[in-house]
Design a binder for this molecule. Structure first.
Ligand SMILES: *[C@@H]1O[C@H](CO)[C@@H](O)[C@H](O)[C@H]1NC(C)=O
Ligand SMILES: *[C@@H]1O[C@H](CO)[C@@H](O)[C@H](O)[C@H]1NC(C)=O
Ligand SMILES: *[C@@H]1O[C@H](CO)[C@@H](O)[C@H](O)[C@H]1NC(C)=O
Ligand SMILES: *[C@@H]1O[C@H](CO)[C@@H](O)[C@H](O)[C@H]1NC(C)=O
Length: 547
């Protein structure tokens, strides 16, 4: 009897122990992009593996058969994808596209949060932590306000000016270029001019986006029941960024920015599907080229000319080629090319036979190649891809080719150069060693900080005071104005008291007599101005130069 009750007590204790240590976490991953979802899922994965009670809301399917979590799949609204594959090089075109994309995404996010299933979740449940996948959906921060719990924002790249502002990170425009500018560190004079222009335009764009966000926020989180949008923005606990030290721009980060670069990369690759494994293993001598333009740039976005160039070059190399191709109609048949609609990219890049990755330079793919030490030929299409591509070229991890002016010759030259000149492989392998060298793996880092926020109910104690300052205070304009005022008054007073009468007379005597008469007769202002000038310049000579 005693034994039974002790067992019962133990059982009850162990249950309450697990309950108190297993938090209810909501992963709000409503972006329509697969590559974003991969980053978000891998951020939350360690929390699922550690036994927390995780609910994930997405608009696209999740393929994670081995993970135990609750998945709420909302309806996927139609996305206007036109423009994505447009040529968007240059400031104006990039901004135009960003504007279009953001308007579209705001609308989609509004549909998502008004989805009956999402509304039901908000009505009936409670959570200890919200992790929000960020992509032009700022007003979803209201969800954390609704559950009155801490919020962590998860972002797929290095911190943008806009996101940095949310956690009070300093925008160091002179040496940290905007992500969209394509500029590299260090920046010369004209680079810095461009950096400032980009920053100003980005600021303008995001002010507009912010204004729209506020409208959507107020509709979904009405002011009579919820804190204001501006107040909610000041209550973000942490910002997770998918960059790690040397991988991103070198820049200062406030303590609430947590670097989990490479989170999407598996610590250990999964076994490859049999046919792919055989195809790669069979090319131990010559090596393998992996060609993939990501999930957004499908075959339909490519011109026949472009496809033809790629096919002609890749069917002519001695390496085996794995080509991600999402249409039934193939670019052409060749014994060295294996087409697949879907490929386990990370596991393929991890294979030692991989000699070259031809990529659109999306942040995720570039990081995977760098992690596994595979050199690249980059063909950027839009947004941050230009900047990623320039960066990897500058780091010596590969070569960038321009999609607009690409010819068969240029493409072949680039491919052969990276395959045959070992400097690219050497430098990307060096980078790989540095990138992997950390105190805690990306996934353990993410888990540590999520549990930290749970333990301390937020991270208010780490928050930068800059969040609560307006621009005048932040840039110290009020202080500068105040100090100039003080300096003026002090100078005026001290000069009035320190210049002896005789000296002043001597000084004035040098001035042409008629002018002097004019001055003394009309007002004493010019002589005062001279005093200040003298106090500032300190030398008589300069004063006389003015008189
Ligand atoms: C958001 O969606 C709701 C419901 O579909 C709609 O009534 C509302 O007007 C939308 N809000 C804005 C700002 O468009
Ligand atoms: C290899 O590439 C590097 C960097 O572009 C270049 O400096 C070097 O001359 C190349 N070597 C050969 C053998 O082409
Ligand atoms: C701000 O965040 C804390 C946790 O970090 C949370 O407890 C609080 O409810 C939030 N405040 C608002 C107004 O949402
Ligand atoms: C004196 O002041 C008058 C009135 O402003 C002006 O017309 C005249 O040119 C001045 N004389 C000299 C020598 O500056």
């Amino acid at each position: 009897m005693l034994r039974v009750s002790i067992l019962t007590i133990l059982a009850v204790l162990s249950v309450s122990f697990t309950v108190s240590h297993s938090a209810r976490i909501l992963g709000l991953f409503t972006s329509h992009s697969k590559s974003h979802l991969i980053v978000h899922m891998n951020t939350i994965r360690p929390m699922i593996e550690r036994g927390h009670d995780v609910t994930i809301v997405t608009t696209i399917p999740v393929k994670e058969p081995n993970l135990k979590f609750r998945h709420i799949k909302l309806k996927q609204p139609d996305m206007d994808r036109s423009g994505i594959a447009q040529d968007t090089k240059g400031l104006f075109k990039t901004m135009q596209l960003m504007m279009k994309v953001s308007t579209n995404l705001l609308h989609l996010t509004n549909l998502t949060i008004n989805d009956p299933e999402m509304q039901k979740l908000m009505r009936e449940e409670s959570f200890d932590l919200v992790v929000m996948g960020y992509f032009f959906n700022d007003f979803l921060i209201g969800v954390a306000g609704h559950f009155k719990c801490p919020l962590i924002i998860n972002w797929m790249g290095s911190p943008t000016q806009h996101l940095g502002k949310l956690v009070g990170n300093p925008p160091e425009i002179s040496y940290v270029p905007s992500l969209l500018s394509g500029l590299q560190q260090p920046m010369g004079f004209f680079d810095r001019v461009i950096s400032y222009v980009f920053s100003a335009v980005e600021l303008g764009l995001f002010s507009y986006v912010n204004y729209r966000m506020d409208q959507y926020y107020s509709y979904n989180f009405p002011p009579d029941k919820y804190p204001s949008y501006e107040d909610m923005k000041k209550n973000v606990s942490l910002l997770f960024v998918n960059t790690y030290l040397s991988q991103g721009y070198i820049q200062p980060n406030v303590p609430t920015i947590i670097q989990i670069g490479g989170i999407q990369i598996k610590p250990k690759p999964d076994p490859l599907p049999q046919d792919i494994k055989e195809f790669i293993d069979s090319a131990a001598e010559t090596g393998v080229i992996y060609f993939c333009l990501g999930s957004n740039i499908g075959a339909d976005f490519l011109t026949p000319d472009f496809i033809n160039i790629i096919f002609k070059v890749l069917s002519g190399v001695k390496q085996n080629v794995i080509w991600k191709w999402d249409k039934d109609e193939l670019p052409g048949e060749s014994p060295n090319i294996l087409y697949k609609k879907w490929l386990p990219q990370d596991d393929i890049l991890a294979h030692p036979n991989l000699k070259l990755f031809i990529t659109h330079a999306g942040g995720g793919g570039v990081a995977e190649a760098q992690y596994h030490g595979v050199p690249m030929v980059a063909i950027p299409f839009f947004a941050d891809q230009f900047s990623n591509a320039n960066k990897l070229q500058k780091a010596g991890h590969g070569i960038v080719v321009d999609k607009g002016t690409l010819t068969e010759d240029l493409f072949r030259k680039a491919v052969l150069e990276v395959l045959e000149n070992t400097t690219y492989t050497d430098s990307v392998k060096t980078f790989s060693r540095i990138f992997r060298d950390r105190p805690l793996s990306a996934r353990d880092t993410a888990a540590y900080w999520m549990e930290y926020v749970l333990r301390h109910k937020g991270a208010k104690h780490l928050q930068s005071p800059a969040i609560h300052m307006n621009a005048i205070q932040y840039y110290g304009l009020d202080v500068i104005a105040f100090l100039i005022g003080v300096a003026y008054v002090v100078c005026k007073e001290s000069v009035a008291h320190t210049i002896p009468d005789g000296e002043e007379k001597a000084l004035i005597r040098r001035i042409d007599n008629t002018v002097l008469q004019n001055i003394t007769r009309r007002s004493d202002l010019p002589t005062n101005a001279e005093r200040v000038m003298q106090a500032i310049c300190g030398t008589r000579e300069k004063v006389s130069a003015f008189t």
